[in-house]
Design a binder for this molecule. Structure first.
Ligand SMILES: C[S@@+](CC[C@H](N)C(=O)[O-])C[C@H]1O[C@@H](n2cnc3c(N)ncnc32)[C@H](O)[C@@H]1O
Length: 282
């Protein structure tokens, strides 16, 4: 059986190929975006990884992403999910949308979540200031069931627009805010404990969230330096508990959909504005 609670140095695809079928409950990642490295950001420092180039011909990059995503499909259990963070990019005026390669994978695309990061590099006037990224909820059908189980109301009432500022206290050039993998793991696994995998784990944020929520983890990164730093972060995991508790405390609901329906109250179907509950989360 593949060892759990490890952060492994290596190439994502090479390591994934060694993991057995249907082993992992949930995956989360943000891959390198193939942005090219020569463009300088002046508002936020430019992203340069230690140990990997972020510049390949776009078709090579997209093919690599499809291969990694299909390997993830194999190692994740039927009924399991993978959350894939990416963004829209442009090359010589042509938009490159993650859907282009996601639709070539085996995954069922369950939802597109907008991540409002509130800040971004490279402000130029060709387009409105792009502060959003996307998070794709990918689902591995179980049997013929393409839809999967419902989330509990306390999770589903969070909206499909997530507003998390970037992480600042971290030496990695592009880390997740800890709130982000915490939201995903808590919503999907809820009280269940499972194995959470991140094939481009960087500073180990996904593993930190998994451990603090009581799950096991597997992280992979091609940079020895990031693997070393991620392991050091894991040793100190309890100092991050407050952040995880903060996110968990947002997943509350006074009344479920069923309660509202029973009392003939607003179920959200015809709601035009933003409820006080949702406003609190924005
Ligand atoms: C956007 S960062 C992930 C950051 C991470 N979410 C965090 O919270 O720190 C992408 C990571 O992919 C790693 N990487 C690049 N190419 C890789 C490959 N072929 N296999 C595994 N990791 C790779 C980089 O070293 C970098 O740490």
């Amino acid at each position: 059986m593949w060892p759990k609670d490890k952060i492994i140095h290596g190439d994502a695809l090479d390591i994934l190929e060694k993991i057995e079928d249907n082993f992992v409950d949930l995956g989360i990642t943000s891959p390198p975006y193939n942005k090219g490295e020569k463009h300088q950001g002046w508002l936020v420092k430019n992203v340069r990884y230690n140990g990997a180039s972020d510049r390949a011909p776009e078709e090579v990059y997209q093919k690599q992403q499809v291969d990694v995503l299909n390997e993830l499909f194999r190692v994740i259990k039927p009924g399991g999910s993978f959350f894939y963070n990416h963004k829209t990019r442009w090359a010589r005026g042509k938009m490159l949308h993650p859907m282009e390669w996601l639709q070539k994978t085996k995954w069922t695309i369950r939802q597109e979540i907008i991540w409002n990061r509130m800040i971004a590099a490279n402000i130029r006037g060709w387009r409105f200031w792009q502060v959003d990224e996307r998070i794709y909820w990918l689902y591995k059908p179980r049997g013929g069931d393409q839809i999967g189980k419902e989330l509990k109301s306390k999770h589903a009432l969070l909206t499909s627009v997530w507003r998390f500022p970037p992480e600042r206290k971290n030496n990695h050039p592009a880390p997740f805010p800890l709130l982000l993998p915490t939201r995903i793991i808590h919503s999907i696994l809820d009280d269940k404990k499972g194995i959470v995998l991140d094939p481009y784990v960087g500073s180990g944020t996904t593993c930190l969230a998994a451990k603090l929520l009581g799950s096991s983890y597997i992280g992979i990164d091609i940079s020895r330096e990031y693997v070393r730093d991620a392991k050091a972060r894991m040793e100190n995991y309890l100092s991050y508990k407050k952040v995880v508790d903060e996110e968990v405390s947002r997943h509350i609901v006074g009344k479920t959909f069923t309660d509202r329906k029973r009392n003939n109250e607003n179920t959200g179907k015809h709601r035009t504005g933003v409820s006080a509950f949702q406003a609190r989360l924005l």
